[in-house]
Design a binder for this molecule. Structure first.
Ligand code: AMP
Ligand code: ZN
Length: 120
């Protein structure tokens, strides 16, 4: 099967894996929306939500909670959004849960001066 995420699981292509157990792999998204953007994937090839089983999904949620703690402790994230795409909007056809961190950017006087310069 020509699945890029199965190849990551089988170590045929490299990834920045941050967590692994018998059921799932967690690695950095190669095209992150923010620092620490993670993907959680099941080790068995599951296409999407329709083919996902409750036991694997429950485990993925437990791992998501663990990763949320890790992101809070190590990267000081301020918020986290979970996304799982299906159908037309699913680019990689192996189930994956996105964990997208958010950061509150404190605006300094210097930031405001730079933004003002760009806009005026
Ligand atoms: P989507 O299928 O639209 O939910 O998103 C697929 C995600 O997989 C995108 O955010 C890509 O940046 C990410 N991605 C694709 N290939 C790799 C890869 N080899 N390593 C890490 N992330 C990847
Ligand atoms: Zn796969």
């Amino acid at each position: 099967m020509n699945c890029i995420f199965c190849k990551i699981i089988n170590k045929e292509i490299p990834s920045y894996t941050v967590y692994e157990d018998e059921k799932v792999l967690v690695f950095l998204d190669a095209n992150p929306d923010s620092n620490g953007h993670l993907l959680i994937i099941p080790k068995k090839h599951i296409l999407d939500l329709d083919s996902m089983d409750s036991e694997t999904f429950a485990h993925i949620i437990e791992v998501a909670k663990k990763m949320k703690k890790l992101l809070e402790e190590r990267l000081n994230i301020d918020g986290l959004t979970l996304i799982q795409n299906n159908g037309y909007v699913q680019e990689v056809k192996h189930f994956h849960l996105h964990l997208k961190p958010y950061y509150i950017k404190k605006q300094t006087k210097k930031d405001l001066d730079e933004i003002y310069k760009l806009l005026s």
